[in-house]
Write a protein that binds this ligand. Structure first.
Ligand code: SF4
Length: 672
């Protein structure tokens, strides 16, 4: 039981928090959230807690979490979506709160396997010398002896990420209990540390991985635990869906066949007995031909329809049966077993790694031959370089209802974007949260939106489906542009739309001396750094930029949303889920498209104001927010006191100009 008095002591005016962070004011919403989380844990309930930017939710959950971990036998688990937040919690926030509370807690961070060095793969690195500068080998070996955690964070060769991919501890190549490095394996070491920890910080992907293990015969990654706090919880559903999906990709098949051929070639040179090389090479050749024919047929299918949905029994009409491919893959696998005992250790390990990966591919193809029909959507897609068979579950609720909720006492889901229309029902429904155990708390941002921002909406603009929309939106953008401040983020709903806007705006920006940064043209961190340093810039982004960009202060002075971010209806998962919802008698627009658009819209405008001193303009070029019935729901996500100005481009320009004059910062390049 967490003592409520300790929460009050921490968050009270002039309490522990303020004594340790003197310039900070206690925010009532932060204290309210901490109290509510405490009650949720004490009363063994679930909580959906939406806390707008600026509430300070991290400390709100860390204080009760750490008080709980200090007195309970079992650890408390915190799960995040991004590695950044995971590291920030472990390296900064948790130690800070521990110091203030004077607690001595064991903290463990567990990351995805690919973040750790695999000593076995390192042992073979010299065999891949054509793939990296071989002169680095001695230094890499030395680093592997000295590194403490063996993580990518500690990796000293940041300029060589390609080497890391050759030695990372990916699950597919792991030898598990047969590995001679088991005792000094970094993945195992991190897992062992978790067994002793009071607080364990993981990510959502690992959380699902652990949950799946708990339901199989494999050993769970985490020690027994009763309380989990999910930060960035709006990513939980999609992470779970992706995690429970299956892929079978052409590139992977070709890569592994190539690696097996190289491996056999090496064995042959070393004149290893025990393998019938002629048979194996000929099996490999036959296999390659079958795979080629199989994927060639896919390619032709995709010329007619990309993506192409597939159903149970889909493959029976193919000329090149995947069953034959599967049998050849299994035959090769058996052929490789024969020689195992006669190899020296190093070769056995290398072969084991290949066979593990090969075995996973066999299992994937097998899955596609025996597809589940209900509640899964499966399809074939290709981008000219790779053909992929993909299958995803449509719903996550049943999996969580069966494997998670009965096992834990308390769950807290928090994020700045969980609710629709001030309710957590959509989130709760998708995750199948039990209504009798689940509460919702929604806390808006404490910012002064009436002073810090304005929303501009043009009147004379056609709806986005209209062929004149792009031309007109560019015209309005150019007119309002001088009052948007020096650094503007333009968010699009598709890369295609981003590109067409870019082509149209390039000349205008050149003429005005504005630098244009485009998502995908260079690494995100580099892009953001250059954008911040530019005296006058626009950034064009889509997808992850709606939520993954944090540019406080004058680094970002306006956000421009071109259209309301409804999901692309021909995305296979979206269209599969829409179809299934309709089958269940539900309206797919209100149950899927609209809620997803609203969450994304909140994430998009949420980029603008990140702190109490930020100022900025939000420009929404989609009038449906005012003209459609559902527009009211989008508007309800906006802060109540945010001034909204609607009108001609000239009126919006004047409003923007006045806004900056009021804000005392005149960034306009007014020519009018
Ligand atoms: S146990 Fe797996 S990850 Fe660890 S060193 Fe061995 S092969 Fe690599």
């Amino acid at each position: 039981m967490i003592e409520y008095s300790k929460i009050e002591e921490f968050f009270a005016p002039e309490g522990l928090f303020q004594q340790n962070f003197p310039p900070f004011e206690i925010r009532t919403s932060q204290r309210d959230l901490a109290r509510r989380i405490t009650r949720t844990i004490n009363e063994k309930r679930f909580l959906i807690a939406e806390a707008g930017t600026g509430v300070g939710k991290t400390f709100s959950y860390l204080v009760p979490a750490m008080l709980y971990a200090d007195q309970e036998e079992q650890p408390l688990v915190i799960s995040t979506y991004t590695k950044n937040l995971q590291m920030q919690l472990a390296q900064k926030d948790i130690p800070q709160v521990a110091q203030i509370l004077d607690l001595n807690l064991e903290i463990a961070v567990l990351m995805g396997r690919s973040n750790y060095l695999c000593r076995t793969r390192l042992q073979f690195l010299h065999q891949k010398k054509e793939q990296f500068p071989v002169r680095l080998l001695p230094q890499i070996y030395l680093w592997s002896q000295e590194t403490e955690e063996g993580t990518f964070e500690e990796w000293s060769f940041a300029d060589h990420p390609e080497i890391w991919s050759l030695i990372a501890a990916d699950a597919d190549g792991c030898q598990g209990q047969f590995c001679p490095h088991q005792n000094d394996c970094f993945v195992q070491k991190a897992r062992r540390k978790c067994q002793q920890a009071d607080i364990i910080v993981i990510n959502h992907h690992l959380f699902f991985s652990d949950l799946k293990m708990q339901n199989s015969e494999e050993q769970s990654l985490l020690p027994s635990h009763q309380v989990i706090i999910f930060d960035e919880a709006h990513h939980l559903e999609q992470t779970g869906i992706d995690f429970l999906g299956t892929d079978f990709s052409q590139v992977e098949v070709i890569e592994i066949i190539g690696e097996i051929r190289d491996f056999l070639g090496r064995l042959q040179k070393e004149k290893k007995d025990g393998l019938n090389f002629a048979t194996l090479f000929s099996a490999l050749q036959g296999l390659e031909e079958k795979a080629q024919a199989f994927f060639f047929e896919f390619d032709r299918e995709l010329e007619r329809n990309n993506p192409r949905f597939i159903y149970p029994g889909w493959w029976q009409k193919l000329q090149n049966s995947p069953l034959e491919l599967l049998e050849s893959m299994e035959a090769l696998n058996r052929g490789l077993v024969v020689g195992e005992e006669v190899f020296p250790e190093e070769l056995t390990l290398a072969l084991g790694e290949l066979r593990n990966r090969w075995g996973k591919l066999i299992a994937s193809l097998d899955y596609f031959l025996d597809l589940p029909g209900d509640n899964f959507v499966s399809w074939l897609e290709g981008d000219g370089k790779n053909l992929i068979l993909r299958s995803l579950p449509l719903f996550l609720d049943d999996f969580l209802i069966q494997s998670l909720y009965p096992q834990v006492e308390s769950l807290i889901f928090t994020s700045a974007t969980l609710s629709i229309n001030d309710q957590g029902a959509y989130f709760a429904e998708n995750l199948g949260l039990p209504s009798e155990r689940t509460d919702t708390m929604i806390l808006g941002s404490p910012f002064d939106y009436d002073q810090q921002a304005i929303l501009l909406i043009p009147r004379d603009i056609p709806p986005p489906q209209d062929p004149d929309f792009v031309g007109k939106s560019i015209e309005i953008f150019q007119e309002v542009f001088p009052v948007l401040g020096p650094r503007n983020l333009l968010l699009f709903t598709s890369y295609q739309m981003l590109q067409s806007f870019y082509r149209e705006i390039e000349g205008f920006c050149e003429e005005k001396g504005v630098e244009v940064f485009v998502q995908g043209k260079r690494a995100v961190s580099q892009l953001l750094r250059d954008f911040r340093e530019s005296p006058r810039a626009i950034m064009l982004g889509t997808a992850s930029f709606w939520e993954g960009v944090d540019l406080p202060g004058a680094d970002l002075t306006s956000v421009i949303l071109f259209r309301l971010p409804f999901p692309v209806p021909d995305d296979p998962w979206i269209s599969g889920k829409a179809r299934e919802l309709e089958k269940q008698g539900k309206n797919s627009f209100t149950h899927l498209m609209l809620p997803r658009a609203i969450i994304r819209f909140k994430q998009g405008w949420g980029r603008l104001i990140r702190s109490f001193s930020d100022r900025g303009i939000l420009l929404v070029l989609d009038r449906r927010i005012l003209t459609k019935n559902y527009g009211k729901i989008f508007c309800s996500t906006l802060p109540e006191r945010l001034p909204i100005i609607e009108g001609s481009a000239q009126k919006l320009f004047t409003a923007g100009k006045k806004f900056w004059e009021r804000a005392g910062e005149i960034w306009t390049e007014v020519e009018k």
